[in-house]
Design a protein around this ligand. Structure first.
Ligand SMILES: NC(=O)CC[C@H](N)C(=O)O
Length: 360
């Protein structure tokens, strides 16, 4: 029996591969990530909602499935593509292999294709949609149909349904984490620093958030086109007037910029991986960062009370903003790392310092 399955790109390119994980037809936006490790964090990062993720590193899964490393309770990718998945993972923390995990989670996987060639196509053409199908007839139609796919209601689909509190041993700060699809490691980094973290759904209003009497507000990462979150953006405008310290990561960074009148744009193929260089503008120092985004804040559109604090050293796009009209700063990369380097975890200490100043 021929168990081949096909990946059909919106531009008509076809790759014939083999299935792993769950079986089924999927459409999604196809993106690549260059991280050599951190596949569990990638799979369970809610920011990948609606996307078919390609790992450029050729062998994935060799340390198995380790639930305590997850960034959320389950994988969110629409489908997962690797050159080769490891059938015999070896790690003392591993609880199983990738194939079984993806099957259990209902995530379609495809392996055995030239992921290097696929990545080159995405890099040249830019990000596009794709379909995975087992049906070899009608591949042209599959390509055509995938063109109209759009990721919709992304944040609403991944946010926590009800508030959730994580308490550290000793509470020094109370942080409201506005959950647009937050990675678990944001909470871990805050808890480590003595923060009680109250995670609230994306539909929360500024009034509800302020009624929790936060010492600081954390704007999380999350999926989709930032500009579509018009409700959150208008609530954010109000939060900005409260004087409570704000720290935004990735989608949170984009939403605060939008609330302050800046624009966002879609990048050609985004930044996804664990070795993206972010240059700190005041010092000129370059930090290696973990990233996963397809949109960016347009630097030229920032208001005069917003200072460009980081740029991507590869393409010069905006990677961070410090606001001078309020105690707020945001970054496009992931200081919480996971997977990736911890070079910029000092930004959480900076947030703590802002909260100290606010409390005093
Ligand atoms: N990781 C994120 O928060 C991603 C933000 C946004 N969805 C983007 O792709 O740019």
């Amino acid at each position: 029996m021929d168990d081949s399955i096909y990946l059909v790109l919106e531009n008509g390119a076809v790759f014939k591969g083999k299935p792993f994980g769950a079986r089924g037809e999927v459409i999604g936006e196809i993106v690549f990530t260059t991280g050599m490790t951190g596949y569990l964090e990638t799979l369970t990062d809610p920011s990948y909602y609606g996307q078919i993720v390609v790992q450029t590193f050729p062998l994935i899964g060799n340390y198995g499935v380790i639930p305590s490393d997850f960034e959320s309770a389950k994988p969110w990718v629409s489908a997962y593509i690797v050159r080769e998945w490891c059938q015999e993972p070896s790690n003392f923390r591993s609880e199983g292999d990738l194939d079984t995990f993806l099957k259990k989670s209902g995530i379609v996987g495809l392996y055995g294709i030239d992921t290097r060639e696929l990545t080159k196509i995405i890099r040249e053409h830019g990000v596009m949609n794709a379909r995975i199908t087992a049906d070899p007839s009608g591949l042209d139609k599959a390509a055509e149909e995938s063109g109209s796919y759009r990721i919709e209601d992304a944040v609403e689909s991944v946010t926590c349904p009800t508030p959730r509190i994580t308490e550290p041993g000793e509470e020094n700060y109370r942080v409201v984490l506005w959950d647009y699809g937050a990675k678990e490691n944001i909470t871990r980094e805050l808890s480590k620093r003595g923060c009680t973290v109250i995670c609230v759904p994306c539909s929360s209003t500024a009034e509800e958030i302020l009624s929790l009497r936060p010492d600081g507000i954390m704007l999380s990462n999350g999926p989709g086109d930032p500009a579509e979150n018009t409700g959150i953006i208008s609530e954010l405008k109000e939060l900005c007037r409260s004087g409570v310290p704000i720290f935004g990561i990735c989608l949170g960074h984009q939403l605060l910029a939008l609330a302050q009148g800046a624009r966002t744009e879609k990048l050609k193929y985004g930044h996804r991986g664990a070795n993206q260089p972010a240059k700190h503008m005041p010092s000129g120092r370059v930090y290696i960062t973990s990233q996963n985004h397809g949109y960016a804040v347009v630097s030229d559109s920032l208001p005069e009370w917003a200072e460009l604090s980081f740029i991507n050293a590869n393409d010069g796009t905006c990677e961070g903003v410090t606001y001078i009209n309020m105690p707020a700063f945001t970054v496009q990369f992931h200081p919480e790392a996971c997977g990736g380097p911890h070079d910029t975890s000092f930004l959480f200490d900076r947030f703590i310092a802002l909260m100290d100043a606010y409390k005093a």
